[in-house]
Design a protein around this ligand. Structure first.
Ligand code: G6P
Length: 500
C-alpha cells in the first residue's frame, strides 16, 4: 500500500468500484462491482498503489475511506438534494438526453448545474487529497466533466485523463447547453480526453474549434494557459469572433508563441472482459442452465434476446413493435418464437424512466394478452438484474441477440453475446447507432427507426444458413477476443503517459 504521501494511480468515477452487500450474519460488507471498467482497472490498482474515488450509492451518508480487494476506496458523500439535482437532474435529465441525440427532451435548470459544479468540486478535492506527487488521475464519464480542470488547478503536478463512456453530441446539439463553455473548459483540463467513437472525438474537436477557437492539429488541442473570457477572444491572434453570436467563426492560427498546453482528444473504444465471458460460457453448469432455459420456454425454434438497462436510448419499444408486427403478419408464431427481454431497473427517480417503464410494461401486457397461448408466451419480460453467470446462460440460450439502441456510447451486451458464442452459432442484430457498430461490421446492422428493416433483419437472423451465421460470428469473435477491456485501459494509459 502507498506510503502516506498518497497514491500513484487514482480513478475518479461517479460510482465506487464496490457494491454494498448483506453478509450471511446479517451485517453489511462490500463486493467488487462486476462491471468491465472495474475488472479492467482492479489489477492496475493492485500493482500501482491505486485509489478509487466515487459515490457509494446512498444519500445522506458519510463513510470513511477503506481498503477492499486490493484497492483504496474513497467514498464521496451526496445529500438527498444532491442526488436529486446533480445525479438525477443534471447528469441524467440534462446531459444524458442531450448527449443521446435528445431522444428525450433535456431539461435545463440553473440550480441543477450549481449542484453539478459543487459535487464535481467535491470529487476533485477528494482525488487531489489522495494523489501522490506526479500521480496519474483518470476521471470517468459525463457525471464528472468539470473535474479535470478543477484538478489541474488544485494539483498542477498530476497527469489527468478523462474518458467519456457515452456519445459526445454534434455541435448543434451540444451548443444548446447553457453551460457549454464551462463543460468544455472542464474537459480541456485533461491531458488526454478519450471517446468511444471517432465521430465522438470529432464532434468534441469541432465544438472546441467553433466555440473556443483553439488551434487543433492531429487530435491535439492547443489550450492557452491563460483562459480568455469569451468577450476577450478577439485579442487572440488569428481569431475572428462573431460578436453577435458570441462564437468564434474561424479556427485560430497555429500558435507561434505564448503559453499553451496540449490536450489530446481521440477515440479509445471500450470493450469487455472477454476471457471471463469465454470461461463462463464453457462451464458445464452454465451450459446446463442454458439448456434448462430453452426447455422452460417450451423449446422454441428461435429465441430472440434483448438485454438492456430500462432506458429510452435502448430502442426497446422499436424492438417490440417489430416483433409484434411479425406476429401479426404471421411471419413468426408464438411457440415457434419467443422474445426474452431483460430490462434491468435503472434511475427510477427520473420521470422519463418511470414513464418508459409504464409504457414498456403495458406494451408487453398487450402483446402477451393478444398472442400468448396456455403453453407459450410471446415475450418473457424480466425487470431484474442478474449475476453474470445467468446472463451468460441466457446468451448461450439465445439464437438471435437484438441490440436496437437509438444511440449508445458502445453497447457491451453486443460484445458479451459474441464472446459467449464460441460454437459460432447465433446471430447479432445490431443498431448502427451504437459505438459497437464501428467494430462489428459482420453483425446484421440495422437502423432501428426503420421498422421494416428491423423486421427483415429479425427474420433473416432467425432463418440464416448456419454456415453464413458461423462465418459472421467467427469474424465478430476475432475482434472481441483481440480487443478486451484490459487492452483498452492499457492503450489509454500508455498514451497518457507519453503525453506529459
Ligand atoms: C452508463 C454510464 C455509466 C453508468 C451506467 C449505469 O453505462 O455510462 O456511467 O454508471 O450507465 O447508470 P447509473 O446511473 O446507475 O450509474
Amino acid at each position: 500500500m502507498a506510503q502516506k504521501s498518497g497514491y500513484d494511480f487514482v480513478v475518479v468515477a461517479n460510482r465506487l468500484a464496490v457494491d454494498r452487500i448483506t453478509t450471511e450474519d446479517g451485517g453489511t460488507g462490500w463486493r467488487r462491482s462486476p462491471g468491465g471498467l472495474v475488472t479492467a482497472l482492479a489489477p492496475i490498482m493492485a500493482q500501482s498503489d491505486g485509489a478509487w474515488v466515487g459515490w457509494h450509492g446512498a444519500a445522506d451518508e458519510t463513510l470513511e475511506p477503506f481498503d477492499h480487494a486490493g484497492m483504496h476506496l474513497v467514498p464521496v458523500p451526496l445529500s438527498e438534494q444532491e442526488v436529486e439535482d446533480y445525479y438525477e437532474g443534471f447528469s441524467n435529465a440534462t446531459l444524458w438526453p442531450l448527449y443521446h441525440d435528445v431522444i428525450a427532451r433535456p431539461e435545463f435548470h440553473r440550480h441543477w448545474f450549481e449542484a453539478y459544479r459543487r459535487v464535481n468540486r467535491r470529487f476533485a478535492e477528494a482525488a487531489a487529497a489522495v494523489a501522490a506527487e506526479g500521480a496519474t488521475i483518470w476521471v470517468q464519464d459525463y457525471q464528472l466533466q468539470l473535474v479535470p480542470a478543477m484538478l489541474r488547478e488544485l494539483r498542477p503536478d498530476v497527469r489527468i485523463g478523462f474518458f467519456n463512456h457515452i456519445p459526445f453530441p454534434p455541435p448543434g446539439l451540444f451548443s444548446q447547453l447553457p453551460w457549454r463553455h464551462s463543460v468544455l473548459r472542464g474537459l480541456l483540463g485533461a491531458d488526454l480526453i478519450g471517446f468511444q467513437r471517432e465521430s465522438d472525438a470529432r464532434n468534441f474537436q469541432r465544438v472546441v474549434r467553433h466555440r473556443l477557437g483553439y488551434y487543433i492539429k492531429s487530435d491535439q488541442i492547443y489550450v492557452p494557459s491563460e483562459e480568455p473570457e469569451p468577450d476577450q477572444l478577439s485579442s487572440l491572434p488569428g481569431l475572428h469572433p462573431d460578436p453577435a453570436r458570441g462564437t468564434v467563426a474561424r479556427q485560430a492560427a497555429a500558435p507561434q508563441q505564448g503559453d499553451y498546453r496540449i490536450a489530446e482528444a481521440k477515440a479509445f473504444p471500450i470493450s469487455i472482459d472477454t476471457q471471463k465471458i469465454v470461461e463462463l460460457a464453457e462451464r458445464p453448469d452454465i451450459i446446463a442452465r442454458s439448456e434448462q432455459i430453452r426447455r422452460e420456454l417450451g423449446n422454441p425454434e428461435t429465441i430472440f434476446l434483448g438485454v438492456d438497462r430500462l432506458d429510452y436510448t435502448k430502442g426497446i419499444r422499436h424492438r417490440m413493435k417489430a416483433y409484434e408486427e411479425l406476429l401479426a403478419d404471421g411471419e413468426l408464431t408464438v411457440g415457434q418464437a419467443c422474445l426474452v427481454q431483460v430490462a434491468s431497473p435503472s434511475r427510477e427517480g427520473v420521470e422519463s424512466y418511470r414513464l418508459l417503464r409504464e409504457e414498456i410494461e403495458s406494451t408487453v401486457g398487450r402483446i402477451n394478452g393478444e398472442y400468448d397461448t396456455l403453453a407459450h408466451t410471446a415475450i418473457r419480460y424480466l425487470h431484474h438484474s442478474y449475476p453474470v453467470e445467468e446472463m451468460v446462460a441466457l446468451y448461450l440460450a439465445a439464437d438471435v441477440m437484438l441490440v436496437t439502441a437509438l444511440r449508445d456510447g458502445m453497447n457491451l451486451v453486443a460484445k458479451e453475446y459474441v464472446a459467449a458464442r464460441k460454437s459460432g452459432q447465433g446471430v447479432l442484430v445490431l443498431s448502427e447507432f451504437t459505438g459497437a457498430a464501428d467494430q462489428m461490421r459482420q453483425a446484421l446492422l440495422i437502423n432501428p427507426h426503420d421498422v421494416d428493416e428491423l423486421k427483415t433483419a429479425m427474420v433473416k437472423a432467425a432463418t440464416m444458413e448456419p454456415e453464413n451465421a458461423r462465418r459472421r460470428m467467427r469474424s465478430l469473435r476475432r475482434q472481441v477476443v483481440s480487443h478486451n477491456v484490459q487492452r483498452w485501459a492499457e492503450e489509454f494509459l500508455e498514451r497518457l503517459a507519453e503525453l506529459r
